[in-house]
Design a protein around this ligand. Structure first.
Ligand code: GRG
Length: 301
C-alpha cells in the first residue's frame, strides 16, 4: 500500500485501537479477585500511552505481509512488559514520580506494594500470552524463540540492565559512549524486540531481511531515547503526560546535558537517515517503518 502522512496517521490510530482491544481481553477483569491487584494492572496498562511498541510490531508485520491477527499476542506482550517497567521505574526506590501518562502513577493511585505486585504480575502475563495465544500460528520453535528473545531483551542484558546502569549513573558524569550503552539497553532493547517478534512470526524470514530490520530497530531505538532526552528539556508536563525536567531534577546524564541541544537534535536526524538506509533492501512495503522513524524524532510527547 502506498502511504502518505494521512494514511500513516490513520494506520497508527487503527493499531492503537487494535492493541487496546487485545490488551483489554488479556488483562484479568477488574472485578475478579484479587480485585485491587487486577485494578492496578488494568489502570497502568490501559492508561493513555502512545502504544509505540505495539505499533512497531504491527508495522513490521504489515511490511512482511503477515496477517495482523498473528501478532496481536506479541504486540500485547511488549506493551505489557513496557507498562510493568513504567510502574517500577516510577516507584520511590527508583524515579519516585507522581505523574505517568497524564495520571497519578500506579503507586500513588493504589499503594507501593500493589504497584510492585502489578509490575511483577504483568511481566508474568506477557510470557503467558506468547506461550498461550491460540491466534499466533507460529510453530512451537518460533514461539520458543520469541519467549527467549523477549526475556533476553527485557532482562538484565536488556531493559532491566539498562535501568541498573541508569540508576548507577545518577549524579555521575558519563561520556557519550557510556550514555549510548545505557540508552541502547534501557530503551533500545525492547524496541528491537518489537521488530524481531514480528519477524519470528513469519516462521523463517530470510537472514538479510532480518538483519536489515534489526539494524533499523537499533537506530530508531536510540533515536527514540535521544528524542526523549530532548523532550525532557524542551517539552511541557501537560503534553508529555509525565514530569518535564525529571532527568535534570534527578541529576541524570542525557544527550543534551553531554553534547548540548543542537547536537542532540542533529544526532536524531543522523539516526533517522541511518534507519532509512538500513531499510534500503525493502520497497514501498516498508514505508510505514520509514514514517515511524520520522515520527520518533518529530514527536512532542
Ligand atoms: C524498572 C525494569 C525496569 C525498567 C525501567 C522503561 C524504563 C526501564 C524506564 C522508564 C523511564 C524511561 C524514560 C525510560 C526510557 C524509555 C521511555 C522513553 C519510556 C517511555 O515510553 P513511551 O514514551 O511512553 O513510549 P508511553 O506512556 O507513551 O507508553
Amino acid at each position: 500500500m502506498k502511504i502518505d502522512a494521512q494514511i500513516f496517521e490513520s494506520l497508527v490510530e487503527d493499531y492503537q485501537q487494535r492493541v487496546e482491544a487485545a490488551l483489554d481481553q488479556w488483562l484479568p477483569p477488574a472485578d475478579v479477585n484479587p480485585v485491587r491487584l487486577h485494578q492496578a494492572m488494568r489502570y497502568a496498562v490501559l492508561a493513555p500511552g502512545k502504544r509505540v511498541r505495539p505499533i512497531l510490531v504491527y508495522a513490521t508485520a504489515a511490511t512482511l505481509g503477515l496477517d495482523l491477527k498473528k501478532v496481536d499476542g506479541a504486540a500485547s506482550a511488549v506493551e505489557i512488559i513496557h507498562a510493568y517497567s513504567l510502574i517500577h521505574d516510577d516507584l520511590p526506590a527508583m524515579d519516585d514520580d507522581d505523574l505517568r501518562r497524564g495520571r497519578p502513577t500506579c503507586h500513588r493511585k493504589f499503594d507501593e506494594a500493589t504497584a510492585i505486585l502489578a509490575g511483577d504480575a504483568l511481566q508474568a502475563l506477557a510470557f503467558y500470552i506468547i506461550s498461550h495465544d491460540p491466534d499466533m500460528t507460529a510453530d512451537a520453535s518460533a514461539r520458543l524463540q520469541m519467549i527467549e528473545n523477549l526475556s533476553l531483551f527485557s532482562g538484565s542484558r536488556g531493559m532491566a540492565g539498562g535501568q541498573a546502569i541508569d540508576l548507577a549513573a545518577v549524579g555521575k558524569t558519563l561520556n557519550i559512549a557510556e550514555l549510548e550503552t545505557m540508552h541502547i539497553h534501557k530503551t533500545g532493547a525492547l524496541i528491537r524486540t518489537c521488530v524481531q517478534l514480528a519477524a519470528f512470526s513469519t516462521n523463517g524470514l530470510d537472514e538479510r531481511y532480518f538483519a536489515a530490520l534489526d539494524s533499523y530497530a537499533k537506530f530508531i531505538g536510540l533515536s527514540f531515547q535521544v528524542q526523549d532526552d530532548i523532550l525532557d528539556v524542551t517539552g511541557d508536563t501537560a503534553t508529555l503526560g509525565k514530569t518535564q525536567g525529571s532527568d535534570s531534577a534527578h541529576n541524570k546524564p542525557t544527550y543534551p546535558s553531554i553534547i548540548g541541544l543542537d547536537a542532540s537534535i542533529e544526532k536524531t536526524r543522523e539516526l533517522h537517515r541511518n534507519a532509512l538506509q538500513a531499510l534500503s533492501i525493502f520497497g514501498e512495503e516498508a514505508d510505514i517503518l520509514r514514517y515511524i522513524s520520522a515520527w520518533f524524532i518529530e514527536r512532542k510527547n
